[in-house]
Design a protein around this ligand. Structure first.
Ligand SMILES: [Zn+2]
Length: 254
């Protein structure tokens, strides 16, 4: 199962779509802008194991800010939203205030709508993300994707009931392993973050998200098979929050 995938951004995305639906049980296809969401929803036919959500990626906040109203209206009919969040790294800090405005507006809208499932990018900005979430109870559920911040901020996120999506690229770093050891097991799901996330220079494919089970098994000190079962059971719970109640088993496994 893949809880954070940029399915529309793979070269040859249609082929990846077909293969991903065949090889994995569930894909959360996040988008980077409200218009990209509209386009992606047209290109990829709805399928039982696919959830597509509208987003506004913090890295393009300045370019896409004019689409914020569109995003807020799309939220009415979507159980999930993403990719949204903040990016405080040097490259994107110049538009941090704008990112905050966008993110806070989305979170507030989620409160008004009775709660949504948020797929969150928090690079170098977990403190500010958690400040906004804590100030807006009733926003719903948050999935912290590829969390790289400090153990202190991680603990805050755990207190807030956040989920965490962990992928093969994240788990291949020492810091990623250290942080995933601190996450509550019942709140961890797998992700690819492809095609951005790469392992050995190659984009991670949606059906490779599940391979994190082997490394998580070491961290959790359990057989890989058990770690897979934990991830799948968590994944089914999170998919239910998105309204994806019935999933079919994939025809083939990676
Ligand atoms: Zn992403």
């Amino acid at each position: 199962m893949d809880f954070h995938c940029h399915l529309d951004l793979y070269p040859d995305a249609k082929r990846v779509y077909v293969e991903a639906l065949r090889r994995t049980e569930f894909i959360w296809a996040v988008t980077t802008s409200p218009r990209a969401f509209a386009a992606t929803s047209k290109v990829f036919p709805a399928a039982q194991g696919l959830y597509i959500s509208p987003g506004l990626h913090p890295e393009v906040a300045d370019k896409k800010a004019s689409e914020l109203e569109l995003l807020l209206s799309q939220l009415e009919s979507c159980a999930g939203v993403g990719e949204i969040g903040l990016d405080g790294s040097t490259q994107y800090k110049y538009q941090f205030e704008l990112q905050i405005l966008v993110f806070r507006s989305v979170v507030q809208r989620c409160v008004e709508l009775g709660g949504r499932v948020l797929n969150i990018h928090s690079r170098a900005a977990a403190r500010e993300i958690l400040d906004i979430l804590e100030a807006n109870p009733g926003f719903g559920s948050a999935v912290m994707h590829w969390f790289t911040d400090s153990p202190t901020q991680l603990r805050r996120a755990v207190e807030l009931g956040c989920w965490f999506s962990v992928g093969p690229a994240m788990i291949s770093s020492a810091n990623g392993q250290k942080l995933s050891a601190l996450m509550p097991r019942e709140r961890v799901v797998s992700e690819s973050d492809g095609p951005f996330a790469k392992v050995h220079g190659t984009p991670v494919m949606p059906w490779e998200a599940d391979t994190v089970a082997a490394k998580l098994a070491q961290t959790w000190d359990m057989p890989a098979e058990d770690a897979s079962k934990v991830l799948r059971s968590n994944g089914l719970s999170l998919a239910r929050l998105l309204g994806m109640g019935t999933l079919r088993s994939p025809n083939a496994k990676a």
